[in-house]
Design a binder for this molecule. Structure first.
Ligand code: GDP
Ligand code: MG
Length: 676
C-alpha cells in the first residue's frame, strides 16, 4: 500500500532563462507559503534566495540546493536549477532528483534559446512540466505568442488553463477558464487577497473558446474524456483536472499559467497547479539500481518501509562544514546513524539532518522516502554517490560518467596564494565531481581538467570571485587518451640490486587492441597456482598503473587487453619488487611495439538552427572536421546532430553565432575518446 504522506510531496525545479523571473517567482512562493514574512526584491538586493555579497567575499557558498515550503496540505521542495547549460553537472544532477518542473517564461521574450536547451534536457530525463508565463505586465507582453512558441520551439503540447485580462500596461488579472472566474490580486495585501469576479459576456465567450480547445486536446489523450466529448455529455472540473494531471505526468501536455510575479499576480494559482498537476514521488517509477555485490539489477519500492536508498546530488560547504544534499528514494535514516556509501564501499555517519530554507536551517531527527534533505557528517561523500544500508545494499545509476576533456595549467602568484588556491580547490573538487586536479611533475604547475572550456571558465571565475585567489591561467588544452592498434608481446627480466638486496623477476606478456572506447582488461594466462598472491597482486597493480600513462605522451590508455603469459621460474632472489619492475618494463616494451596512437575527445553536437541557415551550419561542421549523423525538423527549424573532435571546437559558439546571425544554438556533450 502506498503511503499517504508521499502523495503530498512535490519535488520540483524551476527552469528559466536568466531574467525570466525565477528568483522573483520563488520569493513570492516563499512569501505566500509563509516561509518568509517580507518579500525581498531582486533589484533591491534583498531576495532571500540570492547570494549576499559579504558571503561571496568570505568565500562561503550558502546557496541552498533545495528549499522546502508548504502549500495547503502539500510539501513542496524547490530544487535549485541553474539557468545556464554547459558541460557542468549542475543541470543534470538537479534533473535527476526532481520529479517535476515549472518552466518560467517572460511574456515579452518568450522561449529564449537558453531555456530551450534546459527544457529539452528535462524532456530527455522525462520530467513532467508546467509553464508559467511571467511579466504579463510588461509592455509588449503577448501570452498567446508565448503559447505558440511553446509548441513551435519546445515541441510541447500547451494546455492553456488561464488567459490574461488585458496584456502589458492593460494587464489586470487572470481568467480561470475552468471555473469561469476573473481573479484580481489585491495590491494592498501584496496579492495575498484574491478577489473573484464573474465573467462578463466577452470574457465568457473567450473563456469558453479556450475551454473547448482544452477539452479537445484532452479528448485526444484520454479515453474517458473522449467518450463524454463524443456523447456531448457534461465533463466535470474534477474529471478535467484528473485528465490534465494524467497528461502532464505522462509528458503529453504542459499546463500553462500566467501572471506578473513582480506585481504579485498569479502565484497562488501556480502553486495550486504545482500541487494539482505535477507528480508526487509515487508517480515516478520505482527506483532502480544494481546490487553492488552481485551486479544484478535491484529495485526498491518508493516507501519509507523499504530498505534505505538515497542519492547524493550536491555537496556544499557551509561555514567550513560539508553538507551533502540527498534525495531519499526509499526507507529512512535517523540522525546519529551510520549509512553505507555503496559507491565508495565505506560506512559514513549521518551526524545531523536538516531541511533548508535559503540560509536558515531546520534540524530533523529523521528523514524518509521522497524527501530531500541536507546531511552533515558524511565525510568524503561526493556528488553521485549512493547511500544505502550495508545489509541490503544498492548502487543507483551514477549521475552520468563524466570524463575531463579539457585541461588548463594554473599558477598562483606566490606561495601564500598557492595555499589559498589549494584550499579553495579542495572544496571545489568535492562539490564538483567533473573537476579534476593534478600536479605536473616536471613543471610543478597545477593542472585543472574539466568538461569543457566554459566549465573551466566558470571554475576560474569562482576561484577569483568567491575565493579571492590571485593566479595566472594558461590556455585550455585538449586532454587525450592513448590506445594501441596491433598485437605485440614482450618480456623483461629484472635482476638488480635495490637497497641492500638483489631482486629478481621475469614477466612476459601480450598486449592486444580490443576497441578504442573499451575499458582495459588485464588477465593472467599463466597458471598462478603456488605463487604468492601478493606477488600476483603486485604484478596486476604494476600493469594497471602502467596503463595509466601511455608510451606516447603519458595520457591514460584505453582499449588495451594485457595477458600475462609467463612468469618464468622462482629463483633465489625472486621478489615481489622484482616481479613488479619486470611487469612494468615488459608492458612498456610491448606497448611501444603495438602501434600506439592518440585518441582525442569526440564531441556530440546537437545544433538547433532556422531552416535558412542549414547550409552555413553544414559547412561549418565540415570545416571543424565533423561528421553529420542526423538531421530533422523541429517546429520552424532544423536539428542537426553531428560529431566533431573537441580540438577543433574551441570558440565554436562564436563561430556558430556568426554563421547564423545569432539564431543557432547548440548543446555539446562528450561522446567518446576516439579518432574521427
Ligand atoms: P531570474 O534571473 O530568472 O531569477 O529573474 P529575476 O527574478 O531576478 O528577475 C529579473 C528581473 O525581472 C528583475 O529586475 C525583476 O524585478 C524583474 N521581474 C520579475 N518578474 C517580473 C514581472 O512579473 N514583471 C516585471 N515587469 N518585471 C519582473
Ligand atoms: Mg535569479
Amino acid at each position: 500500500m502506498a503511503e499517504k504522506y508521499l502523495e503530498k510531496i512535490r519535488n520540483i525545479g524551476m527552469i528559466a532563462h536568466i531574467d525570466a523571473g525565477k528568483t522573483t517567482v520563488t520569493e513570492r512562493i516563499l512569501y505566500y507559503t509563509k516561509k518568509i514574512h517580507k518579500i525581498g526584491e531582486v533589484h533591491e538586493g534583498t531576495a532571500t534566495m540570492d547570494y549576499l555579497p559579504e558571503e561571496q567575499e568570505r568565500g562561503i557558498t550558502i546557496t541552498s540546493a533545495a528549499t522546502v515550503c508548504r502549500w495547503k496540505d502539500k510539501t513542496i521542495n524547490i530544487i535549485d536549477t541553474p539557468g545556464h547549460v554547459d558541460f557542468t553537472i549542475e543541470v543534470e544532477r538537479s534533473l535527476r532528483v526532481l520529479d517535476g518542473a515549472v518552466g518560467i517564461f517572460c511574456g515579452v521574450g518568450g522561449v529564449e534559446p537558453q531555456s530551450e536547451t534546459v527544457w529539452r534536457q528535462s524532456d530527455h530525463y522525462k520530467v513532467p512540466k508546467i509553464a508559467f508565463v511571467n511579466k504579463m505586465d510588461r509592455i509588449g507582453a503577448d501570452f498567446f505568442k508565448v503559447v505558440e512558441e511553446l509548441k513551435e520551439k519546445l515541441n510541447a503540447n500547451p494546455l492553456v488553463l488561464q488567459i490574461p485580462e488585458g496584456q502589458g500596461e492593460e494587464f489586470k488579472g487572470v481568467i480561470d477558464i475552468l471555473r469561469d472566474k476573473l481573479l484580481i490580486f489585491d495590491p494592498d495585501t501584496k496579492g495575498e487577497v484574491i478577489q473573484e469576479f464573474e465573467l462578463n459576456e466577452a470574457q465568457k465567450k473567450e473563456a469558453r473558446k479556450w475551454r473547448e480547445k482544452l477539452i479537445e486536446q484532452l479528448a485526444d489523450l484520454n479515453e474517458k474524456i473522449l467518450e463524454k466529448f463524443l456523447a456531448e455529455e457534461e465533463i466535470s472540473i474534477k474529471e478535467i483536472k484528473e485528465a490534465i494531471r494524467e497528461a502532464t505526468i505522462s509528458l503529453k501536455g504542459v499546463p500553462v499559467f500566467l501572471g506578473a510575479a513582480l506585481k504579485n499576480i498569479g502565484i497562488q494559482p501556480l502553486l495550486d497547479g504545482i500541487c494539482d498537476y505535477l507528480p508526487s514521488p509515487l508517480d515516478v517509477a520505482q527506483i532502480q539500481g544494481i546490487d553492488p555485490r552481485t551486479k544484478e539489477k535491484k529495485v526498491f519500492p518508493i516507501s519509507s518501509k523499504a530498505p534505505f536508498s538515497a542519492l547524493v546530488f550536491k555537496t556544499t560547504f557551509e561555514t567550513g562544514r560539508l553538507l551533502s544534499w540527498i534525495r531519499i528514494y526509499s526507507g529512512k535514516i535517523k540522525a546519529g546513524e551510520s549509512v553505507y556509501n555503496s559507491t565508495q564501499d565505506k560506512m559514513q555517519r549521518v551526524a545531523r539532518i536538516f531541511t533548508l530554507h535559503a540560509d536558515k536551517k531546520e534540524r530533523l531527527d529523521e528523514a524518509k522516502s521522497g524527501q530531500i534533505v541536507a546531511v552533515a557528517g558524511l565525510k568524503d561523500a561526493r556528488t553521485g554517490d549512493t547511500l544505502c544500508s550495508k545489509e541490503d545494499p544498492i548502487l543507483l545509476e551514477r549521475i552520468s560518467a563524466y570524463r575531463p576533456v579539457i585541461s588548463m595549467a594554473i599558477e598562483p602568484r606566490n606561495s601564500q596564494e598557492e595555499n589559498k588556491l589549494l584550499d579553495a580547490l579542495s572544496k571545489m573538487l568535492q562539490e564538483d565531481p567533473t573537476l579534476a586536479m593534478e600536479r605536473d611533475e616536471d613543471t610543478e604547475q597545477i593542472i585543472l581538467s574539466g568538461m569543457g572550456e566554459l566549465h573551466l571558465e566558470v571554475v576560474l571565475e569562482r576561484l577569483r570571485r568567491y575565493f579571492n585567489v590571485d593566479f595566472r591561467a594558461g590556455k585550455p588544452q585538449v586532454v587525450y587518451r592513448e590506445t594501441i592498434t596491433k598485437k605485440a608481446s614482450a618480456y623483461d627480466e629484472f635482476n638488480k640490486e635495490l637497497g641492500d638486496n638483489l631482486h629478481y623477476g621475469f614477466v612476459s606478456l601480450e598486449v592486444e587492441p580490443i576497441g578504442e572506447d573499451k575499458d582495459n582488461v588485464i588477465t593472467f594466462v599463466v597458471n598462478t597456482e603456488g605463487w604468492p598472491p601478493q606477488w600476483i597482486d603486485s604484478i596486476y597493480q604494476s600493469i594497471k598503473d602502467g596503463l595509466q600513462s601511455g608510451v606516447l605522451k603519458g595520457y591514460p590508455m584505453q582499449g588495451v587487453k594485457v595477458a600475462v603469459q609467463s612468469l618464468g621460474e622462482i629463483k633465489e632472489n625472486s621478489s615481489e619488487i622484482g616481479y613488479h619492475m619486470a611487469a612494468s618494463s615488459a608492458l612498456k616494451k610491448a606497448l611501444e611495439k603495438a602501434g600506439p596512437i592518440l585518441l582525442e575527445p569526440i564531441m556530440n553536437l546537437e545544433i538547433t538552427v532556422p531552416e535558412e541557415f542549414v547550409g552555413e551550419v553544414v559547412s561549418l561542421i565540415g570545416m571543424k572536421g565533423g561528421k553529420i549523423e542526423n538531421m530533422f525538423d523541429r517546429g520552424g527549424g532544423k536539428i542537426i546532430k553531428a560529431f566533431a573532435p573537441l580540438s577543433k571546437l574551441f570558440g565554436f559558439s562564436t563561430d556558430l553565432r556568426s554563421a547564423t546571425q545569432g539564431r543557432g544554438n547548440f548543446i555539446m556533450k562528450f561522446e567518446r575518446f576516439g579518432t574521427c
